[in-house]
Design a protein around this ligand. Sequence first.
Ligand SMILES: Cc1cc2nc3c(=O)[nH]c(=O)nc-3n(C[C@H](O)[C@H](O)[C@H](O)COP(=O)(O)OP(=O)(O)OC[C@H]3O[C@@H](n4cnc5c(N)ncnc54)[C@H](O)[C@@H]3O)c2cc1C
Length: 488
Amino acid sequence: MPHAVTQSCVGDGSCVYACPVNCIQPTPDDPAFELAEMLFIDPAACVDCGACVAACPVDAIKPHLYLEESERAFLEINAAHFAERRDRPSLAPVRPRLRVRDRGERIHVAIVGSGPAAMYAAEEILTIPVADVTVYERLDRPYGLVRSGVAPDHRRTRRIAGQLERIRNHPRLTMRLGVEVGRDISHEALHASHHAVIYAVGSITDRPLDVPGAALPGVSSATAFVGWYNGHPDFAGRAFDLSHRRAVVIGNGNVALDVARILTVDPESLTDTEIAPAALAALRASQIEEVVVVGRRAAAQSSFTLPELIGLAATPGIELVADAAGVEADDHDPKLALLRELGPANGGRRITLRYLLAPAEINGAERVEGIRFTPQQLTEDGAPQPVAGSQHVHLDAGLVLTAIGYRGTAMPDLPFDEQTGTIPNAEGRVIDPATGEAMPRTYVVGWIKRGPTGFIGTNKRCAQDTVAALVDDYNAGALSPPARLASA
Ligand SMILES: Cc1cc2nc3c(=O)[nH]c(=O)nc-3n(C[C@H](O)[C@H](O)[C@H](O)COP(=O)(O)OP(=O)(O)OC[C@H]3O[C@@H](n4cnc5c(N)ncnc54)[C@H](O)[C@@H]3O)c2cc1C
């Protein structure tokens, strides 16, 4: 009875290191790891020992016989990954232990932010017996998007908070909640009391939609909507008008699917989740019957992942419909095959996926009443461009949410790359673009380092790389002792 990885996989690679026969791929040392939509178990090589089940922090791995009906597609997905890959090494990668030069002192590291990137960095640093970590978090609750982003009905994924809590409870970790670096304490002050400062501040804003009417009431970012239903203090006071029949979500990633699902799922199925009570009350009173999720490109270019699509298609009470225009016939692409199998709507609350439509204008007198799109076609290199002479497409809508990507913001006293919305760095060392030199004792990790990509677990590998750079610098004598010791 081999095992299969299912939807809630966060890609942290714990299972890879636990597996005695290296049957879980891709491994974190493989360049494919960062881009993989999930990890996969080779059914031909799995010895059914269950080590991966125990290692997975979010219960994503199940023996075949325990798969729910809606999860059986993952059997095929796991097996298909290995259909043409029989050349994997028989031994899983071994992570080298950090080797720290003994200087007869304790090492103090400050980490700014407490999301997964911060906590994985702390976990790695705490493997050094003489290291102490202080985590500074601007909110009064820790763990970043694990609490403020991951959808409340993704119960298994949210369990990763338990793993982060175990890291927090380490005796050499101090967490300072409600301290915003750059406002309550400066970069300079952190430097004065720590050998090194690691910024793990995430990507807290979103890319704005630049079309006329985007400022009308009723148009909002998915960031605000997600923050609202997850009780993020910055957004808890917001109100969303759900008294109209249709909402439109612009964007085609997993966040777009999350917000569409929360708007259409039976609110009673959310009662046992951590959803904000005000959001649950608003969803109970909601009049929304259809959410249209609109992408500028075709279905084959959708950035949502196959596991999320499977999960959405299996959500009770939601009809998922795909507009055939933009869904190419390609049975080798499991996403397209699934989209083409979807039935017509028959009257329930539904999510409609539409493609090849670029927002042109949001209409409304006092507030949003609808949105106008320009039909697109793809050029040979896959770029969308307007179809010459085509009619605009109009959709009535009382709520428009934009989910077109997250973006980092500048931190006081640190360089910032406006183009990518990240802090410029080389292997996690912050680089001053004026000189091309590394800023002393300053590092980055997570979304602010590499942009808003990957899963929660992707930040683990990212954190290990940054901490390896920090330790190299320490060993090379580049991290001078702080002027005054970190106050614990
Ligand atoms: C809506 C949404 C849903 C997602 N769902 C999933 C999912 O289901 N599964 C999955 O694997 N991945 C999911 N992800 C991706 C995952 O959440 C990210 O990969 C991960 O959270 C990025 O980690 P981070 O630590 O870089 O940033 P964050 O998680 O954003 O953490 C940054 C932290 O820094 C703090 N901070 C910011 N500025 C300061 C400051 N000046 N001083 C002190 N603290 C500060 C913030 O308050 C925050 O706590 C989702 C992402 C989003 C946006």
